[in-house]
Structure formats: C-alpha cells, structure tokens
Write a protein that binds this ligand. Sequence first.
Ligand code: GAL
Ligand code: CA
Length: 338
Amino acid sequence: MNKTRKIGLVVVAAFTVCVVAVFAKFHKSETKQKNSIKIGVSIYESNDTFVDLMVDSMEEKAKKYELETGIKVNLDVSSAKESQRTQNEQIKRYISLNYDVICVNLVDRTNASTIIDAAMDKNIPIVFFNREPVAEDIFRWENIYYVGTDAKATAVLQGQILIDAYNKNPEMLDKNGDGKLQYVMLEGEMGHQDSIIRTEWSVQTLIDYGMPMEKIESAVANWQRNQGAALMEQWINTYGKEIEVVLCNNDDMALGVCDSLAKANIEDIAVVGIDATQAGVKAVEEGKLLGTVDCNAAKQGETIFDIAAGIWADGSVPNNVKLENERYFRAPLIKVTK
Ligand code: GAL
Ligand code: CA
C-alpha cells in the first residue's frame, strides 16, 4: 500500500468513527428527550370556573398518558393575572427553559403576536384555547392550533332553550302577556369572542323564530358570579317584575343572578346560562336555572393535551381529534334542561 493510500484510509476510518459517535450522541439525546414532555400552560386568570375545569381535565389526561406510555409529563400552569405583559413573560420563560409545547389562554385575544413570534423563533408549537386569536394569527404557522367552542352555536342553543320553554308554556316567560319578552343581558367580557357572539346570537335566535324581544338593560359582569349578583340586585330594585328573562353569557353569572333572585324571594324569572359547570347543572336540576349549554370543558381539556402530546411525539395531531380547517377543534355542545 502506498503512503497516500494509507493516509486516505486512516482519514476515512477516523471520519467514520466521528460520524458514528456524533450519530450515537444525537440518538441518545433524542431518546432521552422523548422520555419526558414539558408542557407550559398560561391561563388569563386563576379565578375562572370554566377555565379551571379545562385545566383540571388536562391534568387528568396528563396523568393517564403517563400511566399508559411511561412518558413523564411536566405540566406547568401559571396564571397571567389578567395582564398580557405578564403572560408574554411567562411564555418567554417556558421557551427559554426549552418547553416542548406551550398552551395559551390569552389575556387579550387580539394580542397574540409577541407569543407567536417567540415560539416560532424556537420552533415550539402553540395550542391556544378558549380565548380565540384572530384567524390571521392562527394561520401564521402550521404549528398553531386552537381549542374552544363555536360561539354562535352555543348562543343558538341558549336561544332555543327559551323557545322550547315558551312553546310549552308561554305565560311562564311572557308574564305580562304583551307578546314580547322583556329581558336583561349579562355579558361576559368586552372584546371576548364568546361574549360578543353569544350576546348577539342568543337574542337573534329568538327574533328569527318570531319572538319579539325587548331589552331592558345589559351590562358586563366579567364572567363572575358576584358581579352578576350585584348587577341583578340593582336591576331587581329598579325594574322588579318587569324583567321576564335573564340571558347570561355563562353559568357563573347566571348563578349570581339566582343568588339575587333568591335574596329578593323571586321565583318566576327565567334565567339561562352557558357552560354546564357542576354548579350550573345542579341549579338546572333544582329548577333555579331554566337551562344551560354544555360546552364540554372536560373534552376541551383532554383535546388540548392530545394535540400537544401528538405534535410533540411525531409532529401530527392524533386521528381521533377532528379538526376544522386543520387547526381548530370545537367541542360538541348539548342543551341542558330539567
Ligand atoms: C367562556 C366561558 C366563560 C369563561 C370564559 C373565559 O368560554 O363560557 O365561563 O370561562 O370563556 O375566557
Ligand atoms: Ca312580555
């Protein structure tokens, strides 16, 4: 063998050793990484019944997944305390700590771009939930998903609960017999898609059915039971039994209304909510709420987890998760009445 050939062989051999070593190292870190998944969750605030239900369900699903796969799940949940700036910081922290997926319940749904930029930069998928970013944000990148409800469909079902009740017993709703429903409306939150669309479409559904509606008052109670109760107390004092129907964008506010009605000893005003929280369903069973719409918080929470774990494991959403427009999961809905 001549000298150049010998050197050539040594070089080839050395190169092969290097390639194998690098590959082995890469492979090792790859398998190590795949033994545990880190999911960072940020919610808009910590005092929201429905969002808490979704988080509980994510946590349960994570435990099940650990048992079934042996893969360790770190699910970290932080509350943004209603500050978009705080939320942006929380997400940046997750990203700097190499979280695998981040799940975001936006404080300000029109303000997703800082989070999206930061996640795209480090190639970390995002699952938004419950507070829906605009479509332009969702479609900025293929690793962005949304889990929530179809806001209009929830409102249409709420309207139908009242239509069904009216058809069964018109006097129960239209107590003054003027052929119209005098109503007050409790809205969730300014700028929230569920609030805007539910406020419009619950009433519109009744109008489209041919039920004339007369608005007495409406106000924002931030999804909260105590704020709903305070507003209803004022309205009872001002309008008393002129009010025939109370439409609420969610169950907690509807329960607040029930609290004030009970305090004033009023039993014949129809109240409807949306969510089907435990307390909401109980109030329906007890006849305090005429009805609510089940938005399936548990299914939504599970699906957020399934999407996160799926894209982490092999870059794709599991087949059992049926997406709209490849990016949106909308929970199935059911009317809940006695
Ligand atoms: C709505 C839900 C409300 C509240 C809100 C928070 O979908 O009906 O109860 O949780 O989301 O964003
Ligand atoms: Ca009437």
